[in-house]
Unconditional design. Structure first.
Length: 144
């Protein structure tokens, strides 16, 4: 199993493109690990949502909709000075992609940024898997 890693820092309201596409779509990826940490973990109050999509987003927000076919994973970091901090991460592990993915960051209560770390399992796709991943991506785009 080949694992590729990607990491970066995004400011509030920003989006990163992770280039995964190949000319023939014969290489697929599945998220196996996804972690985030705020840019400044010592900030008193933060509610940061970091999402991974299989298509570029025109609007960066903190809303989470599991019905969105383009959503591949979500991580939430919440910290309040007087009470608690918490992490939550959800990865849709059955999602297989063969094109670029996008990471977005939104802080609901401030303007904090976040670091992300993603591990992707790389696999060779046969023609049927390639077509399936491509059609699924096209259908997801058409629904939006």
């Amino acid at each position: 199993m080949v694992v590729k890693t990607y990491r970066g820092l995004l400011k509030d309201g920003a989006q990163d493109k992770i280039p995964l596409s190949t000319k023939d779509g014969s290489v697929g990826y599945r998220i196996v690990k996804y972690q985030i940490i705020p840019e400044d973990p010592q900030t008193a109050t933060q509610e940061i949502v970091v999402k991974i999509y299989n298509e570029e987003q025109s609007t960066i927000d903190g809303t989470v909709n599991f019905s969105d076919a383009s959503l591949l994973g979500v991580a939430l970091y919440s910290q309040h000075s007087s009470s608690y901090n918490s992490f939550k991460t959800v990865i849709f592990d059955n999602s297989l992609v063969n094109r670029d993915i996008y990471v977005t960051v939104k802080d609901a209560v401030g303007a904090g940024g976040a670091n992300y770390y993603i591990e992707l399992e790389q696999m060779k796709l046969d023609q049927t898997q390639n077509m399936s991943a491509t059609l699924k991506a096209i259908r997801g785009s058409a629904v939006d």
